[in-house]
Unconditional design. Structure first.
Length: 364
């Protein structure tokens, strides 16, 4: 409200002082704000629109000022010649030449002045079309081109969900997103699945450890290590992915360990674990949450191979393949940056790890 009041009272006073010098009268735009650039003349024309008032003015600036000062006035006609008192007849009008397109007529004794077309100096970026709002003498930007967001389509999307919300028609494919906004880390190329999860727009980040991979090390805890590198994200910019999780309402990453004679979280004495984005050794597995200490999905559901264990692999039997798998969903820990396994004592002891892509969706 303060701003509008400022626009109505203070700016007009300043404008009044300067308008003669500018040789232009400001016109009113949305919410009563004033814009400089002036009314544009159509010489020897008049607009046959509804008149609000008729005044007599000293010149076109005076007439224009009378229009700007009258809240309902958006354009005016002014006589070409002075009357016997040396004044010009000035008609204040309720509509302008863009609203009443057919009503601008040749007229030897009048000039018409309307504000510039609302899209004349528009700021709709990245090929978004400008849609004039003649009523408010302003404009809005039409649906953004795929990948761009904002009221003016001025910036790259921060996530696929944000892109989807600004351009509902977009299809799945590669997009450049910038989760930390302008500056900071370089934008990243991601895959957007625009149909998955009810079409909310899912950001999919690939990495170099998605294949089912053999883990083999020595007997000590975490002796096998596999670092995970996310495509298009440098290790110094893992913060881009942290920002992605922060602005998304949901994130998930599938994780699986298949074991043969090797244990995992081992009820508080872990031989295998995953490492969070903050380089923390994590004490829960897929299908469990941060509060489920040393548990896998089966431990949460209380249906592990050995009911006393937190994970199937922790049963530690040497003649059968077991597996623990599920989704990690704690946003503040994702993504996984390293996998560690151990307990490879005998020759046949081994494991296979599988890590899914990072997927985030929804906006906060
Ligand atoms: C010229 O414009 C004036 C002011 O709007 C109007 O009164 C007059 O009828 C117009 N003349 C013609 C010939 O259209
Ligand atoms: C999007 O995700 C769905 C569900 O996971 C999958 O079936 C579909 O193939 C994906 N679309 C593309 C283009 O990859
Ligand atoms: C998709 O929509 C269905 C039905 O509205 C809902 O039950 C389900 O939870 C939604 N899924 C997601 C991922 O939002
Ligand atoms: C994953 O496996 C596929 C198919 O065997 C192979 O083409 C690809 O290079 C592997 N990716 C990595 C990162 O090893
Ligand atoms: C086991 O491997 C780790 C790292 O891979 C190494 O630091 C450690 O010395 C090895 N221990 C034995 C007993 O070989
Ligand atoms: C992005 O992440 C960094 C590091 O976590 C944080 O300092 C920054 O505030 C985040 N920016 C946004 C826009 O969330």
């Amino acid at each position: 409200m303060k701003c509008v009041a400022f626009a109505f009272f203070v700016i007009p006073l300043l404008a009044r002082a300067f308008h003669t010098w500018l040789q232009e009268v400001p016109y009113r735009v949305e919410n009563g704000f004033l814009a400089f650039g002036g009314f544009h003349p159509s010489f020897y024309h008049s607009l046959t629109a509804t008149q609000i008032a008729i005044t007599f003015s000293e010149d076109k600036l005076d007439c224009g000022w009378a229009c700007t000062s009258e809240p309902k006035c958006v354009s005016f006609n002014i006589a070409v010649n002075q009357d016997s008192n040396g004044l010009f007849l000035c008609e204040l009008l309720e509509t302008n030449m863009f609203q009443d397109t057919g009503k601008l007529q040749n007229n030897v004794s009048f000039h018409h002045y309307s504000p510039p077309f609302p899209c004349a100096n528009h700021n709709c970026y990245h090929e978004s079309a400008c849609v004039p709002d003649l009523e408010a003498n302003s404009h809005r930007c039409k649906t953004c081109q795929a990948g761009f967001v904002g009221n003016k389509c001025e910036r790259k999307g921060k996530s696929c969900s944000e892109i989807k919300s600004f351009s509902p028609e977009v299809s799945s494919g590669s997009y450049v997103i910038d989760p930390d906004g302008e500056g900071g880390c370089e934008p990243i190329v991601v895959f957007c699945n625009m149909t998955e999860k009810n079409g909310t727009g899912v950001t999919v980040i690939s990495h170099d450890s998605e294949n089912r991979t053999l883990a083999k090390g020595n007997s000590s805890q975490g002796s096998y290590a596999r670092a995970v590198h996310y495509s298009g994200v440098s290790s110094s910019c893992i913060s881009q992915l942290a920002n992605l999780t922060a602005i998304s309402s949901h994130c998930e990453q599938f994780i699986k360990y298949e074991c043969y004679g090797t244990v995992l979280l081992y009820n508080g004495y872990p031989y295998g674990w995953w490492v969070s984005r903050d380089h923390e050794k994590m004490k829960y597995w897929g299908g469990a949450g941060p509060g489920d200490l040393y548990k896998c999905a089966c431990g949460v559901a209380q249906e592990c191979a050995n009911s006393r264990d937190g994970c199937n692999c922790d049963k530690y039997d040497h003649d059968v393949w077991r597996e623990d798998s599920g989704f990690l969903t704690e946003k503040s820990h994702l993504p996984v940056i390293e996998l560690r396994f151990g307990d490879f004592i005998y020759n046949h002891d081994e494991g296979f790890h599988t890590l899914g892509k990072l997927k985030c969706y929804g906006t906060i």
